[in-house]
Design a protein around this ligand. Sequence first.
Ligand SMILES: Cc1cc2nc3c(=O)[nH]c(=O)nc-3n(C[C@H](O)[C@H](O)[C@H](O)COP(=O)(O)O)c2cc1C
Length: 169
Amino acid sequence: MANVLILNGSPRKNGATASLAKALMEGAEENGNEIKEDYITSMNIKACIGCDSCMRTHNGCVQKDDDMAIIYEDLLWADVVVFVSPVYWGTITGQLKVVFDRMFALGNKVGWDRFRKKCVLLMTARGSDYSMALDFYGILTKYLGWTDLGAVLGAGKEAEAKAIGENIE
Ligand SMILES: Cc1cc2nc3c(=O)[nH]c(=O)nc-3n(C[C@H](O)[C@H](O)[C@H](O)COP(=O)(O)O)c2cc1C
């Protein structure tokens, strides 16, 4: 059994990308996994200010008074992190990007070797070009040293998303 965190960066709670996330959650739940979802758009999360304090002090982020504290806790809890985002201007939404930038402080605090996860990418787009998003995902997983469990790219692919959820253990 695994702890699965859905990091939902879509601004539309009942949109096409949220539907993929719902399907993955169904599959993962049926398989006995624990699920949590952080819906980023409803949270108050400030952007990284690039002060490098987290790198120098290893004390976490200087911005202590926002909802990133919830996401930090959930990230430490999770074995598998599912990134959910529509394509905006070729890549992920600003909401999700802000969380990734702030995640830097958590790795610097707990140590990157102790911050290894499995991850999944769920995205939809009006068109069919996911290349920039996939480049970004490749860089992210490489830098973090996380294990990619798969990507589902495109609206209506709920069966694919559910199958990934069913295979999480
Ligand atoms: C600000 C904005 C930028 C977008 N940029 C792209 C884009 O670069 N490429 C694309 O194919 N679709 C783009 N779209 C369309 C969305 O990716 C698409 O409608 C997606 O399925 C919406 O997902 P949702 O229902 O989860 O919100 C954009 C939409 C918005 C609102």
